[in-house]
Design a protein around this ligand. Structure first.
Ligand code: ADP
Length: 486
């Protein structure tokens, strides 16, 4: 054999090897078949996609890959191939070995022999499942974005608006046509323009801006109070290429908050002046009532003395109530920073020392578990313990000495304290009512009190975003529980 004769053969072998390597490394299934539809070759991706090994399918009809209701497609394809036509990106459904169906795109070309005669076909099958999934995800996302009550806007890194949903139209008054392509400064009032470079800088560093409350401007010039959450958008390589912005209108919320704040302020002012200003005339009634009964009781008949006694008792009671109201108003005033950690064991100890008299008088047993540190004014914590423990002693059962146990644990992200007693208990029907101002379930003769203690506890816990409630049944003791953020 001559040297010239060897060369083309080697080249042909190399080319064939290269081709088969390409075929094998392709992500698409590459299959060939003869004109009667018998499979003649089968690459690795075909194995992966259809689940059959080459040994299992070579020599069998392509029909094994076609679901029954699609079998009519094959004669049509074969006919076109026999005419030398190519079938391009034909989207259809095929079947795996395990019977599952999947979407594919087929490109089928006729294979000719050396004389140009069509002897078969090569088929490239591209799996569309992922594309279909991502198309579906895109549609879903689009629907969510459009139905959101929040404005959802995206922009590129130079601040140009690239998308604009229905709520953005509603909120800012610009249509998508008017806004897309414009710079976001369109929405920013002049005195807030300095915010944008800072936001862009954060986004470029891949940081997110969370619930940033600011002012933006509508098309008609009206100002809006909004809360912005802005996240960087990355391309496939992870590079930040823009941002998506969710803008929530908080104008109404702000207005409501302001209204409630003012209402609260007025109410506090009213309660303060009412209780404060009431003390003066009350004192006069009390003093002159007492003077009357000490200096003139002999000059008055028995009934007049009785009436006078009621009047003095009434004045004393009113004095107690007014004092209670004042302590309710003052309850959450504090100069001590709430972020200071307070040892709850110490707070409890102080309270127990203060209550030592009533505890020993009633024969109460107080037990407690080790308690955690809490972030609140120690006087507020003491007030909680004081009111709950004093109530545990006061509302004791006539049949047994009071036993009170204080414990602490956690509930989700909060600390949970409980004060459990073995007293008279509370009808569950009233378990919310008792936290109201002046709300009591007993007369002053049965159990003295003002109905302010639990209202104060509620107010203190409101201030620290905690919660208080009672678990009880009549005659079966009561467990007061409260939570505080950790
Ligand atoms: P006060 O004790 O001055 O009446 P509170 O606000 O502390 O005011 O309590 C309101 C009402 O809740 C009480 O009048 C009582 O009826 C009921 N109560 C509170 N603590 C207990 C308890 N540990 N056991 C039974 N009832 C209780």
């Amino acid at each position: 054999m001559s040297a010239e004769g060897v060369k083309p053969d080697t080249q042909a072998i190399e080319a064939a090897a290269l081709l088969s390597a390409i075929v094998d490394s392709s992500d698409d299934a590459i299959i060939s078949k003869d004109l009667s539809g018998i499979i003649t070759s089968w690459n690795k991706s075909a194995e992966r996609l259809f689940g059959y090994t080459a040994e299992e399918v070579i020599g069998r009809s392509v029909k094994v890959l076609i679901p029954r209701d699609r079998l009519n497609e094959e004669p049509e394809i074969l006919l076109r191939l026999q005419h030398g036509e190519r079938v391009d990106h034909f989207e259809t459904i095929r079947q795996r070995k395990d019977g599952t169906l999947f979407a594919i795109s087929l490109t089928i070309s006729p294979v000719k022999d050396a004389t140009g005669k069509i002897v078969g076909a090569s088929k490239i099958a591209h799996d569309l499942t992922d594309r279909r999934k991502s198309e579906h995800a895109d549609q879903l996302l689009g629907a969510i974005v459009d139905s959101s009550d929040d404005a959802i806007i995206s922009k590129d890194l130079s601040g140009i608006i690239t998308s604009w949903n229905k709520s953005a139209e509603r909120l800012f008054g610009y249509t998508a046509e008017e806004a897309v392509g414009k710079h976001v400064t369109l929405l920013i009032p002049p005195d807030r323009l300095q915010e944008e470079p800072e936001i862009l800088r954060k986004l470029q560093n891949g940081e997110r801006v969370d619930h940033f409350e600011t002012i933006r401007q509508r098309k008609d010039g009206a100002l809006l109070e909004i809360s912005l959450t802005i996240s960087p958008v990355r391309d496939a390589s992870g590079k930040v290429v823009g941002a998506s912005k969710i803008a929530r209108d908080i104008t109404e919320r702000r207005r409501a908050e302001e209204y409630i704040r003012r209402l609260n302020q007025d109410l506090e002012q009213f309660a303060f002046s009412a209780s404060h200003d009431l003390q003066e005339p009350l004192r006069s009634i009390k003093i002159y009532g007492e003077l009357l009964s000490t200096r003139y009781s002999e000059k008055l008949d028995q009934q007049a003395n009785e009436f006078l006694g009621y009047m003095c008792d009434g004045a004393s009671r009113m004095e107690t109530l007014v004092r209670g109201l004042l302590s309710y108003v003052h309850a959450i005033k504090s100069d001590i920073p709430a972020d200071e950690a307070v040892d709850a064991n110490e707070a409890l100890q102080n309270v127990l020392e203060g209550l030592a008299g009533v505890i020993s008088e009633s024969g109460a047993t107080i037990t407690f578990d080790p308690l955690p540190d809490v972030h609140m004014d120690h006087l507020h914590l003491q007030q909680l313990f004081q009111n709950l423990i004093a109530n545990g002693v006061k509302y004791r059962s006539p049949d047994q000495p009071p036993m009170i146990h204080i414990s602490a644990g956690t509930q989700g992200a909060s600390l949970l304290f409980s004060v459990k007693d073995n007293g008279i208990g509370i009808d569950p029907e009233y378990k919310e009512r008792i936290f109201g101002v002046f709300k009591r379930l007993h007369t002053n003769d049965e159990y003295p009190g003002t109905g302010i203690g639990l209202a104060i506890c509620q107010r203190i816990l409101d201030r620290y975003h905690g919660r208080i409630w009672v678990e009880s049944e009549l005659g079966k003791g009561a467990t007061f529980k409260f939570t505080l953020p950790r």
